[in-house]
Design a protein around this ligand. Sequence first.
Ligand code: MG
Length: 160
Amino acid sequence: MRVGFGYDVHQLVEGRKLFLGGVEIPHTMGLLGHSDADVLIHAVCDALLGAANLGDIGHLFPDTDDAYKGIDSKILLSKVMDALTEAGYRLGNIDCTLCAQRPKIAPHIPAMRKAMAEAMRCDENAISIKATTTEHLGFVGKEEGMSAYAVALIEAIAPC
Ligand code: MG
């Protein structure tokens, strides 16, 4: 078994849709990025890649590549799972925390787990999503951005 860790940050701006955990969430602002800027999925991708020692999301999907402009991050997550399978691993579980001052995330967590499980072709039970504010402190608390942390456990399909 191997473990990996991921972290990501995106800036909040007006005039962008908000995508978190593969779900569009109604809000007055959205996250800025080359892709759909789904900060939670990006942290999960980096945790999975880290567990398999396959680099990071920026290495696999460069933000200089027009192919990834505005892309649905569920597609990136699915590609990360392909890379993991190819490297001989399967998912154990992931656990992640989204840091956002607003909007309220809890009502959206079931839909996010479902969307991510579909992209990862795994049971929803393998995906834990938690959310927290930062009590109005720092860039998250001041609603300048959102951050996400994730850990992933993977196991070798065949013993090496
Ligand atoms: Mg990112």
